[in-house]
Design a protein around this ligand. Structure first.
Ligand SMILES: Cc1cc2nc3c(=O)[nH]c(=O)nc-3n(C[C@H](O)[C@H](O)[C@H](O)COP(=O)(O)OP(=O)(O)OC[C@H]3O[C@@H](n4cnc5c(N)ncnc54)[C@H](O)[C@@H]3O)c2cc1C
Length: 63
Protein backbone atom coordinates (compact mmCIF):
# COMPACT_ATOMS: atom_id res chain seq x y z
CA UNK A 1 0.00 0.00 0.00
CA UNK A 2 1.33 3.46 -0.96
CA UNK A 3 2.46 5.74 1.85
CA UNK A 4 0.09 8.64 2.31
CA UNK A 5 1.21 12.25 2.46
CA UNK A 6 -0.57 15.61 2.65
CA UNK A 7 0.78 18.62 0.76
CA UNK A 8 -0.52 22.19 0.91
CA UNK A 9 -0.57 25.15 -1.46
CA UNK A 10 -1.80 24.96 -5.05
CA UNK A 11 0.84 27.32 -6.47
CA UNK A 12 3.76 26.20 -8.61
CA UNK A 13 5.78 25.02 -5.62
CA UNK A 14 3.01 22.95 -4.01
CA UNK A 15 1.82 21.41 -7.26
CA UNK A 16 5.39 20.53 -8.25
CA UNK A 17 6.00 18.94 -4.85
CA UNK A 18 2.80 16.90 -5.13
CA UNK A 19 3.69 15.79 -8.66
CA UNK A 20 7.13 14.54 -7.61
CA UNK A 21 5.63 12.67 -4.66
CA UNK A 22 3.03 11.00 -6.91
CA UNK A 23 5.82 10.05 -9.34
CA UNK A 24 7.64 8.40 -6.40
CA UNK A 25 4.56 6.34 -5.59
CA UNK A 26 3.08 8.26 -2.67
CA UNK A 27 -0.66 8.65 -2.26
CA UNK A 28 -1.03 12.44 -2.11
CA UNK A 29 -3.86 14.50 -0.66
CA UNK A 30 -3.34 18.10 -1.74
CA UNK A 31 -4.86 21.05 0.12
CA UNK A 32 -5.56 24.47 -1.38
CA UNK A 33 -7.31 27.26 0.47
CA UNK A 34 -8.69 28.98 -2.61
CA UNK A 35 -11.29 27.61 -5.07
CA UNK A 36 -8.73 27.48 -7.91
CA UNK A 37 -5.17 26.26 -8.51
CA UNK A 38 -2.14 28.22 -9.65
CA UNK A 39 -1.60 30.64 -6.78
CA UNK A 40 0.10 33.82 -7.96
CA UNK A 41 0.49 32.30 -11.43
CA UNK A 42 -3.28 32.07 -11.92
CA UNK A 43 -4.70 33.31 -15.20
CA UNK A 44 -6.96 36.35 -15.28
CA UNK A 45 -10.12 36.04 -17.35
CA UNK A 46 -9.75 39.71 -18.32
CA UNK A 47 -6.88 38.64 -20.60
CA UNK A 48 -9.25 36.38 -22.52
CA UNK A 49 -7.73 33.17 -21.19
CA UNK A 50 -9.18 30.78 -18.62
CA UNK A 51 -11.58 31.46 -15.83
CA UNK A 52 -9.43 31.27 -12.69
CA UNK A 53 -8.99 33.92 -10.04
CA UNK A 54 -7.63 37.38 -10.63
CA UNK A 55 -4.86 37.61 -8.02
CA UNK A 56 -2.04 37.79 -10.58
CA UNK A 57 -3.68 40.58 -12.54
CA UNK A 58 -4.74 42.39 -9.37
CA UNK A 59 -1.14 42.57 -8.14
CA UNK A 60 0.41 43.33 -11.50
CA UNK A 61 1.45 46.65 -13.01
CA UNK A 62 -1.28 49.25 -12.91
CA UNK A 63 -3.29 47.43 -10.23
C1 LIG B 1 2.00 39.72 -11.74
C2 LIG B 1 3.01 38.61 -11.49
C3 LIG B 1 3.91 38.31 -12.51
C4 LIG B 1 4.89 37.33 -12.32
N1 LIG B 1 5.75 37.03 -13.33
C5 LIG B 1 6.66 36.06 -13.17
C6 LIG B 1 7.55 35.72 -14.23
O1 LIG B 1 7.51 36.28 -15.32
N2 LIG B 1 8.47 34.73 -14.02
C7 LIG B 1 8.54 34.06 -12.83
O2 LIG B 1 9.38 33.16 -12.70
N3 LIG B 1 7.72 34.37 -11.81
C8 LIG B 1 6.78 35.35 -11.95
N4 LIG B 1 5.95 35.65 -10.93
C9 LIG B 1 6.13 34.99 -9.68
C10 LIG B 1 5.46 33.63 -9.67
O3 LIG B 1 4.10 33.78 -10.02
C11 LIG B 1 5.59 33.14 -8.28
O4 LIG B 1 6.95 33.14 -7.88
C12 LIG B 1 5.06 31.73 -8.13
O5 LIG B 1 3.77 31.60 -8.72
C13 LIG B 1 5.02 31.41 -6.66
O6 LIG B 1 4.57 30.09 -6.52
P1 LIG B 1 4.45 29.47 -5.10
O7 LIG B 1 3.89 28.09 -5.27
O8 LIG B 1 5.72 29.59 -4.35
O9 LIG B 1 3.45 30.41 -4.28
P2 LIG B 1 1.97 30.87 -4.64
O10 LIG B 1 1.72 30.99 -6.09
O11 LIG B 1 1.72 32.08 -3.77
O12 LIG B 1 1.05 29.68 -4.12
C14 LIG B 1 0.79 29.44 -2.76
C15 LIG B 1 -0.55 28.74 -2.68
O13 LIG B 1 -0.73 28.25 -1.36
C16 LIG B 1 -2.05 28.51 -0.96
N5 LIG B 1 -2.03 28.52 0.49
C17 LIG B 1 -1.37 29.38 1.30
N6 LIG B 1 -1.58 29.04 2.57
C18 LIG B 1 -2.37 27.95 2.56
C19 LIG B 1 -2.92 27.13 3.59
N7 LIG B 1 -2.69 27.36 4.89
N8 LIG B 1 -3.69 26.08 3.23
C20 LIG B 1 -3.95 25.82 1.91
N9 LIG B 1 -3.45 26.56 0.89
C21 LIG B 1 -2.67 27.61 1.23
C22 LIG B 1 -2.38 29.84 -1.60
O14 LIG B 1 -3.78 30.03 -1.71
C23 LIG B 1 -1.73 29.68 -2.97
O15 LIG B 1 -2.57 29.09 -3.92
C24 LIG B 1 4.95 36.64 -11.08
C25 LIG B 1 4.03 36.94 -10.06
C26 LIG B 1 3.07 37.92 -10.26
C27 LIG B 1 2.08 38.23 -9.15
Amino acid sequence: MAKRVVTAGGGLAGLTCAKYLVDEGFSVTHLEGLPYLGGRASTSPCLGMGSAGSRAAASGPGA
